[in-house]
Design a protein around this ligand. Sequence first.
Ligand code: ZN
Ligand code: ZN
Length: 459
Amino acid sequence: MIVTNLNPDTDIGASSWLVELDGCRILLDAGMHPKREGREGLPMFGKAANGEVDAIAISHCHHDHVGALPVACRHFPRAHVLMTELSYFLVERVLHNSVNVMTRQRDELGIREYPLYSHDEVDDIAPVFQGFKYNREIEWAAFHKSRQAMSSPTLEFFDAGHTLGSAGILLRGKKETLFYTGDVCFHDQTILRSARFEAVKADTLIMETTRGNRETPAGFSREAEMERLVAAIHAAQRRKGCILIPAFALGRTQEILATLALLMREEKLKRQPVYIGGLGRVFTEIYDLEAHRTNRRHTDLQLHETLQLIVLEKGQAESMKLSGGKIFVITAGMMSENTAAHDLAARMIGDEKQSIFFVGYADPDSPAGRLKAAKRGETFVFSPGAGRLTRNCDMEMFDLTAHANREELLEFVGRLSPRAVLLGHGDDASRGWFESQIRERWPAMKILQPQPGLTLTGV
Ligand SMILES: [Zn+2]
Ligand SMILES: [Zn+2]
């Protein structure tokens, strides 16, 4: 087996791995780097240019795993694109949204190579997308006539519990097997149940390491975090201020909405409209529509029926009255400029009645990251547009991650007991923690941290 890491960076970056198995080639994910600009954010597809790729398999529809798919299809025009059927319902929306975001950034930031692909291109490649149920074996190299005579390696999607449609991908060749975790969650969230990786067997493992740099505090539980969130919402409403929860449109938004819906159903929170972003609304509808084929909790909970969801238009964020305990669950986890989350936050930061709750990671160089670091009473530069602001608002962090804790991932390594582990999707410290832990516990296991663009043969 030959494996190439196409991520252009050594951090979480743009996920993309090229795997060669029994003479057939497959790309696992085609993500876009969330922090790099323009073509710098693409995977190193050039490193895979020495041959055709038979298939591209997508683990899930987050930007860092799927955002470069149209560019990958341009490089590998023969490749069929395989994903779970739930991802199939999401992927085109995600890609069209990327075109919109890139077009806006071209105009606002002057990044002239944006957009890296067009709406037409997304429409053109859509016919090669194929959605599959979890736990079906798919002969991914058999789609091409020239290959039909030979036996094809297979792949199988395993539910990763991270976001709707997310999957770990198991590749089986004649003699070798490889499992790619994608992004995985080993605990139940409010909607999605934990990953179902019990039946996975593989000699080689490519594993995400997002939370390797994060110690789980003693006594931590998701339930306790939820209770703390509810108490914080109540306190904010007693002050008659508003509550802003910035959250990514796919996954986190629906988990927060489900929490609010359950609280309202149990009368622990007063019934009131919840303001969300346009893309968040689209994905929320898909979560509702596909509830019956999702491995989830509260299958009867329809977010759209239970909650009064109002899409917040950009202009509204500048003028709306910020009182009465309004709740905003708004896309743009990083609060980039020219988003509703940015404009709302800019108005709320100086006001002690208002509350901003973070429920996930924010890049320290983004407006959200700078706000997160600001102590109460501290003046800081929020963004070039908003300038210097003094933080008087209430601000709290809640750990509602959709990624496995590092101990859970380590447990998975022990159970799978692969011959070799490739560490990816994490910064140096995260990968380093896993390397030292694995080395200590299972000294015979081969541990690899392939650098950007590096090819490993005989993995
Ligand atoms: Zn993800
Ligand atoms: Zn990811």
